[in-house]
Write a protein that binds this ligand. Structure first.
Ligand SMILES: Nc1ncnc2c1ncn2[C@@H]1O[C@H](COP(=O)(O)OP(=O)(O)OP(=O)(O)O)[C@@H](O)[C@H]1O
Length: 323
């Protein structure tokens, strides 16, 4: 696999009079391979936008290295900038311009073919409103215009910060299909999002950032598997047999948690051994299912941001740099 994007040991410290020196990125690493839709996930303030802005040369890092399409950036940014489309934070458009005029202007400014304008308007579903002023657009329509502007140059790498922001459920689904189509056409997509169910459906791979450091990365299925307990849910034909079944399993060295209508079993090599052991004692299994984890629970565990009853979590992910 070819890496379209590589980040190693990226560091960024912000200085302000009020808060002193704060570390937003603390040796962050990320690799995005060609043709993937890659999810970039992290709690508020964990360093995602700082990473993307640093990558695009908008802010200067304090250390580490980055490469886009094999070119070290920011040094070689001019050589790759034409192959990277990005929306980082909500872009602002002239409110009195139509989508068509906006894109036409951007195409001119970027020395791109005007033919791309109707093509991208069609792709993002704005064709029928293309001649109306941007100030009459809904949030979701402005978001679609932003994606259209990033697609104008038919980039090899598309970077989208919260692209589903403000989209209705139909729009979210269209955005999902659009990203799949773009990826199928060979484009690599880096997608920063907080909608984890969506990320789990769209993305091939993910990087999770917390406190300016990578806490997980890899294909979505692998990240989920690494954090799955490997446990099983076991139901019996009769719930009255659960205590007896638990005794049999515990005696064979398996960990068992008795629930009202099933057992949670962990530490089993082969699920079939559970069925065999219990059937040998005339206890019959009616359901044996692996306990699955989703991206949201993995994210909450790894970033330590699961809600705690009675507490209001304060959002501050940057760390104070010791004097
Ligand atoms: N210009 C700035 N000056 C000072 N601190 C900043 C600046 N920009 C960002 N920070 C701080 O850096 C940390 C990381 O912010 P960043 O915007 O990268 O987070 P994020 O992961 O994109 O968050 P969100 O999910 O809320 O968009 C935060 O603590 C933020 O307050």
């Amino acid at each position: 696999m070819v890496a379209v994007l590589e980040i190693e040991g990226l560091r960024k410290t912000y200085r302000s009079r009020r808060r002193g020196e704060r570390r937003a990125l603390d040796g962050f690493d990320m690799v995005v391979e060609a043709g993937q839709v890659h999810g970039f996930l992290g709690p508020n303030g964990s360093g995602k936008t700082t990473t993307l802005r640093t990558l695009l040369g908008l802010i200067r890092p304090n250390g580490g290295r980055m490469a886009i399409l094999g070119q070290e950036v920011p040094a070689n940014l001019p050589a790759v900038v034409g192959k990277v489309g990005a929306i980082v934070e909500s872009p602002q458009f002239f409110p009195h311009f139509s989508a068509q005029d906006t894109l036409s202007l951007l195409a001119d400014a970027g020395n791109l073919s005007q033919q791309r304008v109707p093509e991208v308007l069609e792709v993002v579903g704005l064709r029928d409103r293309a001649k109306e002023r941007v100030k009459t657009y809904s949030l979701g329509m402005k978001q679609r215009l932003a994606v259209a502007s990033a697609l104008l140059k038919n980039p090899q790498l598309l970077i989208l910060d919260e692209p589903a922001n403000g989209l209705d459920p139909g729009g979210i689904r269209e955005m999902r299909d659009l990203m799949r189509d773009l990826s199928a056409s060979g484009m690599t997509v880096l997608l920063s999002s907080h909608i984890l169910g969506e990320v789990q459906q769209i993305c091939d791979s993910v990087t999770i950032i917390s406190l300016g450091r990578r806490v997980a990365a890899g294909p979505v299925a692998e990240v989920l598997a690494q954090h799955s307990s490997g446990g099983l849910r076991v139901r019996l034909e009769s719930s009255a047999d659960l205590p007896a079944a638990a005794q049999v399993l515990v005696a064979s060295g398996v960990r068992v948690d008795i629930q009202p209508d099933h057992l949670l079993v962990s530490g089993v090599d082969k699920p079939s051994s559970v069925t065999r052991m219990l059937a040998g004692r005339d206890l019959y299994v009616s359901e044996l299912a692996p306990i699955t984890v989703d991206l949201e629970s993995v994210f909450l565990e790894l970033t330590g941001t699961a809600p705690v009853a009675g507490q209001h979590r304060q959002v501050d992910q940057s760390a104070e740099v010791p004097a």
